[in-house]
Design a protein. Structure first.
Length: 216
């Protein structure tokens, strides 16, 4: 019996050690997971700050699409002149004295393909806003203008646009919508009542019936 009891005690001690080691391992895993979550949160916060900073740096920028591109290399003055010509002829700005810091094409030049977009940095933010307010003058033309944002903001705006487009097809109360810096502004009409509501990406992704609002 003494031999059996000895083996039993040995097994019991081993089981206790296994339990202790298991608890220690679980603690290390939990600590590692906590650190990983903290690191991920720090990374997301840092990335958000970088994206916000990039968006602020492009605050005075607009991207022009559809402006013809010559066969030969354009000078910065040539590009700026074409932009100002469009601003005047399409009544996007009332005079040619608008101050432009810089105007340049982006993307790889390919002969025979559609013209590359032009990034325009306005000296004054108010001038950029004035052009945006008149962008409806381009309706029915091959020209288009958009604001310039970071890739993260572009991705969010694209998702908002697709969601609003789909919602407009389903909900007859939605008459118009606008996408502006990570927000969607929607015009709802129900009989004589008109209501404007703003939605962010979380509003839309967290609820499949996000647009079914009550209009009072």
């Amino acid at each position: 019996m003494s031999h059996i009891e000895s083996e039993k005690d040995h097994i019991t001690r081993n089981l206790v050690m296994i339990d202790e080691n298991s608890e220690e391992l679980k603690g290390k895993i939990k600590l590692s997971e906590t650190r990983e979550k903290h690191t991920q949160k720090e990374y997301e916060n840092l990335k958000r700050r970088v994206d916000d900073q990039e968006d602020r740096s492009k605050r005075n920028n607009l991207v022009f699409f559809g402006i013809e591109e010559g066969l030969y290399r354009e000078s910065p003055e040539d590009v700026e002149g074409k932009v100002k010509k469009l601003l005047l002829t399409k009544k996007l700005y009332d005079n040619a004295k608008v101050d432009i810091d810089r105007a340049h094409r982006i993307g790889k030049r390919t002969v025979g393909k559609k013209p590359r977009p032009i990034v325009v940095r306005f000296t004054n933010f108010k001038d950029k806003e004035k052009v945006l307010r008149n962008v409806s003058q381009l309706k029915g033309t091959t020209h288009r203008i958009s604001e310039q944002y970071s890739k993260a903001t572009v991705d969010i705006n694209t998702k908002l646009f697709e969601a609003c487009k789909l919602a407009k097809e389903k909900d007859q109360r939605i008459k118009r919508f606008w996408i502006n810096y990570r927000f969607a502004k929607i015009q709802f009409e129900d009989g004589p009542k008109t209501v404007y509501k703003n939605f962010n990406l979380q509003d839309i992704t967290s609820n499949s019936t996000w647009h079914n609002i009550k209009i009072y």
